[in-house]
Design a protein around this ligand. Sequence first.
Ligand code: M6R
Length: 359
Amino acid sequence: SKGTYEFYMLKEIDEQPGVMRRLSQDYLDENGEPLVDQKIVDAVANADRIYIFAAGTSYHAGLVGKDLFEKYTGIPTEVGYASEAGYHFPIMSKRPLFIFLSQSGETADSRVVLKEANKRGITSLTMTNVEGSTLSREADFTMLLKAGPEIAVASTKAYTAQIALQAILAKAVGEKLANQDAKDFDLKHQLALAAEGIQEIVDGKERFAELAKKYLIASRNAFYIGRGIDHAVALEGALKLKEVSYIQTEGFAAAELKHGTISLIEDGTPVIALINDPVTADLTRGNIQEVTSRGASVITIVGKQFAKENDDVVLPDLNYYLSPLLTVVPTQLLAYYASKEKGLDVDKPRNLAKSVTVE
Ligand code: M6R
């Protein structure tokens, strides 16, 4: 039940620290070693390429998963929209392994890809929140997200659970492959930091109500920008905001705006900039300058180590590859408050259903 909450979306945002702790407890032993079914670890470790398929927010979690798998296992990883791959099947490597990310486990677009994979004898793993769901039953293996029921149409805690679970699997597989980065990856500690960091952000949620009121609700459009892993979060932040607030929002690789889209920046256009990537932090600052000088109202969401005096939101420290676990939370809260301030039904945006069982 919603308890004292007006909407499930906020309840589910608030539950994320608990989800991080549960995943750590259930999938990592007291020494931080992954507790993942050995058959799954072997199947993934044997692959020469990982293919992740999903839709919507789960697809965005897959984009983060790509970086995690490549960093900690060294296995090249591709991410595709299930809806596209189903009818334009990608060229396969010799030993492909498919991962399906799906909160509901019922997404029709993903089922099409899995059917084709089964026809071709490709090994598959479903990461889902729903035990016994269709994608779980039809795949060779399942790993559960353990996020608890997600009721709001806008997905929040399933996204962070998918990232944490992919990190756990990446560490398990990487260790099996004797990957040094995987061995050095103190995931138990990092997930504890993530839980604390998310808690700190949600404890300060009033700030996001203010920012949403000041910058977003009167605007008809908005942009999220970021580079590296922040680009993936920019896409997710944009989906969340447009989905529940009806403010048309696009996520961009920060430097791409100037190749066309910057012509949409007017006085007061909200641009939300994400900075966690050490390699490109200064370059993103340059992109902020470009839009500011054309009138944009910029909100900065920045990892502590990159923070400057005037940044709007400063995120606690976390491993770069897990930084989306923190960065996404302000984007969820901005979306929530923008929708709520506009008087919309936050949990049930128009035209949408919780799980999309048609192609
Ligand atoms: O249940 P699934 O994770 O397969 O659902 C995929 C998308 O339909 C879902 O993430 C959708 O994009 C959400 N409404 C986004 O908040």
